[in-house]
Design a protein around this ligand. Sequence first.
Ligand code: ZN
Length: 421
Amino acid sequence: MRPRTPLLIATVAAVTVALVPAQAAAAPAAPAEAPTAAPTATSATPGFVAPLNLDLARAHLDAADRARLDAITATLPADWQERLARFRAELGIEPSPVEQAVARAIDPSQYECQPTAFSDYTSTLLADVDLGTLLTLLILGVLDYPTYDALLFGTARDKDYGIPHQYKTPVTQTVRKSQKFWDVDLSDVQTLAMRNDMLADHARMARVIGVLFPADTPEDSASTATILMDMIRTAPGLDGGRNPIFTLNAFAFTAEGETDPIFQGLPDKVIFGEGLGVALGELGLGGTGAKAVVAHEMAHQVQFEQGYFDSPLTGPEATRRTELMADAFGTYFVAHKRGFGFTGESLRTATQAFYEVGDCSFTSNGHHGTPNQRRAASEWGADQATTRPPFPVWPSDTLYAAFERQLPTFLLPDAAQAPAA
Ligand SMILES: [Zn+2]
């Protein structure tokens, strides 16, 4: 089956649009100009879910949207777009509009890429949001403000960043057990949540805006925050900022190797999104799914420590490799007797969680792997933990070497595997 090209989304999280307002107004804006080359990311902030991919050919700003955007950007420094792009790039959240043709090595027609319950759920979250509002939020990077806030200012002790009550136990248990499980020092990882009420907190909104656009005066940051908050509060479908779309992801963060003073000195973090928790509940994956998510993020922390991000690959293929690796490592952990020892239904729920967040954004730098590939990597990780007695925990380097040997198998075209008709 050919991948579906949904109007709005493949999947969600950190968003990647690089349009100047004039281009946005001159709709349809496709294909958007390729954004200026982003600097190489030094730190990395891989999310659990691939970035939102918008079909910008269908999006445009009408006169009212445009006026609103002009009012906001009037108080921003002249280079605000470059700043936003640079900030994203430093976090490994790169500007990669869907039109950007990267990795042509991937032939989408060779892969099954079906919508999942998660991608359908994501579509419903955006169904009542008008495209002009959404595009404005994207252009200004607003969907990522709760992420930036948690990354830059969140601490494990601050209740503003507390894990939602129903996920507190599974999330913190997974972090603690992972810290004991892996043969690398993860003891300094802080666990916190990004929460939607950040969008209704004027001081926090202004603080993030002030970091993104520091040429601003504090008064300008405050007035930008006021306009954006007003928009979020009143726009149909955003639920006054409660819409899970704003926090529908989880992240692992390290400032290791970071040279930008904004990030230097920040501790390693795992950030669990309130909206992702809502989605896991809606999909019936609940606390078990949350354990799988956090196990994946802790696997990214292992990758940071061990240098597993290094490879000759670039673009979507590089991201897909490290994401499938985190799926495999995370499931190895939850299935292993020294981890959670998941079997049967709980193991199926964990592998399902990875399947659900697979994406069809083959050409996006944020491509995490198709649903089938993510489930295959996850099931392989479980097999390594359970079918090879005895059960000492493998050194991470051993599991890594085994994964690298296995990776090409996960990537075989579905078309090649399908039985002859
Ligand atoms: Zn990830």
